[in-house]
Design a protein around this ligand. Sequence first.
Ligand SMILES: [Ca+2]
Length: 288
Amino acid sequence: MTERELQGISAKKEKRLSKEETTKEVPLSMTEEELTREEEIIPEKAPGSKGGKNVPTLLTGPYVRVMKAGNITCKTRIEDEAGKFNLNTINEERKGHFHKFLLAAGASSAEADSLTDSVLDWLDKDDLPHANGAESEYYQSLPRPYGPRNGPFQGIEELSLVKDATPAVYGLIRDKITIYGDKVNINYAPREVLASLPHMDLDLADRFIKIRDVKGFIANPQELSDTLFHLGIAGSKLQDLLGYITLETSRYLSIDSLAYGERGSFTYRILVTTEEGKLKVLAAYPDW
Ligand SMILES: [Ca+2]
């Protein structure tokens, strides 16, 4: 199967999923308060932040801007893609992280077992299926056959081609996954991504986020160690965890916009990279 054909199926499926799943709900967990604010511009401040001493800026922490043009209000949120779960980091060593991530996002054990194996098979070069996975024999048996990528995902929507990535499971995780970054930027990571990390769970993730919100964001390695120590993560556990997390913003950002006025609302997501000092658009998702 050619690259173009694979992308064609992928794009088609993404469009169908988007239509099914698009609701009137505001995406990306904006709060009611954020939505009803009337200020022309909200200062650069993390959503939900209690206004700690650390003031996030474009490249140091998450923030929301609100702009008005006539009767149209536009809210924009910029996030680091590295705060999301990178599908392309899933391998034998890190498959447990993905499994934990799926459970934290609300998938069942059976769904997490089968999707983890299927993703491993989608990524690995061989044609030997894992216990709950699938390789070319399965994909070739579908009504409209295609092959597994046997290489890195080219976009998050490609996940919907993988066996057991049902619309329901995909819907649980699609705004928390990426194909960019290596270490998780813990200043942007949602609770499900934090919970996927070694020695972390949802309870610790929630406690971490509370501290992060009060501070505005975690500014430096000392603050990070102190915060994790407070959660009971120190010594060898801390060293383990530090291997998978970072405070540095990656070159891959997602910009989510919500515009609304008398004629309704619409959403738009673009992925950009700051490579070579220039902003380059990598992908656009209308009606996100
Ligand atoms: Ca394979």
